[in-house]
Design a binder for this molecule. Structure first.
Ligand SMILES: Cc1cc2nc3c(=O)[nH]c(=O)nc-3n(C[C@H](O)[C@H](O)[C@H](O)COP(=O)(O)O)c2cc1C
Length: 304
């Protein structure tokens, strides 16, 4: 009668030991892989910065090429409200010990490093970081040639993260990329496709008065300096439109871009319009009802 009891005890003890060994192994592997995951995420982000700057060739570029080309950029932290750069001492005062490690998205979870947007939140991000990280490529004379600006905003299913690149006039869009989102493959996820991203290249961000004058229209309703929305993905297109307008506006990078333009003695010149709006009509005029920017994102403020 005692035999089965002892067998049960043995079985349980073997099972427990196995569980313990397995959980230790899984934890060890997870901890061991963490640095590789962080490094891969960093490489992917840097690749997407180059994609937005039109400096990446998907067919031929290796991880080494990305690392090498990324060295062309200065990593700067800016005060979004003032539009100014933070030097090392200002960074220390702001509680940012390492500019490279600073993550503006994470900063939105820190009360001291972010501001509640309340009802004034068209991009649906909830809180805005006080400081943003930007990537600046300078020409031989030390003037900004290209600036890559991180952007984020709510799509249909979650927050979309990307980069928007402006040329040296701080007005003409050089490129755009999206590197993280929850939109549906074949519908909203088409924002990642090179054909759709190419529609942004060459269009102007601001009108002559310095007001944001770009965004996404309804599919098939062309408008100068606006990008045609994705058919069947109106809600994602609207999310992208809202985020672009937010980040180019007063709450976003406008003070910084104004400062850069002023520093280099430039004004907004839109006389040389439409360098590369291949799919949009140059003869079309304003069609306010076709704009997708007016409605707030579905899940406004749910995710930062
Ligand atoms: C399973 C499923 C996934 C969808 N995913 C998206 C999406 O990622 N982005 C989007 O804008 N619309 C998506 N939609 C469609 C929207 O519900 C909505 O119909 C669409 O945005 C309207 O666009 P349209 O006016 O261009 O037809 C999805 C619909 C279904 C049923």
């Amino acid at each position: 009668m005692s035999k089965p009891k002892s067998n049960n005890a043995k079985t349980i003890s073997v099972a427990l030991t196995l569980c313990l060994v397995c959980s230790v192994l899984v934890s060890a592997v997870a901890v061991g892989l963490k640095p590789a995951q962080v490094e891969n995420a960093r490489l992917d982000r840097n690749k997407n910065i180059l994609v937005a700057a039109d400096m990446y060739n998907a067919e031929s570029d290796t991880a080494e090429d990305v690392a090498e080309r990324f060295k062309d950029f200065d990593v700067e932290i800016i005060d979004l409200n003032k539009g100014t750069y933070l030097d090392d001492s200002a960074l220390a005062d702001a509680g940012i010990p390492d500019r490279n490690a600073y993550d503006a998205s994470q900063a939105t979870k820190n009360q001291a490093l972010s501001e509640d947007l309340g009802d004034n939140d068209p991009a649906g991000i909830g809180r805005k970081p006080k400081y943003a990280k930007v990537y600046v490529k300078k020409d031989d004379a030390g003037k900004p040639e290209v600036v890559v600006l991180p952007i984020q905003g709510y799509g249909l299913w979650g927050t979309i993260y990307g980069f928007l690149t402006l040329e040296s006039d701080m007005n003409t869009i050089k490129g755009i990329s999206f590197y993280e989102h929850k939109e549906t493959p074949g519908l909203g996820a088409r924002i990642e496709e090179p054909q759709w991203r190419a529609k942004w290249t060459g269009i102007h961000s601001y009108d002559e008065n310095g007001n944001v004058a770009t965004g996404v229209t309804k599919a098939g309703a062309p408008k100068e300096n606006w990008v045609d929305g994705i058919s069947g993905a109106t809600l994602t297109s609207r999310g992208v439109s809202n985020m672009i307008q937010f980040w180019l506006g007063d709450q976003g990078y406008k003070p910084y871009l104004d400062m850069l333009r002023k520093e280099s003695g430039q004004t907004i010149e839109n006389t040389d319009t439409q360098a590369n709006q291949s799919t949009q009509s140059k003869t079309s005029t304003a069609q306010p009802n076709t704009e997708l920017a007016a409605t707030l994102p579905v899940a406004n403020g749910k995710e930062a």
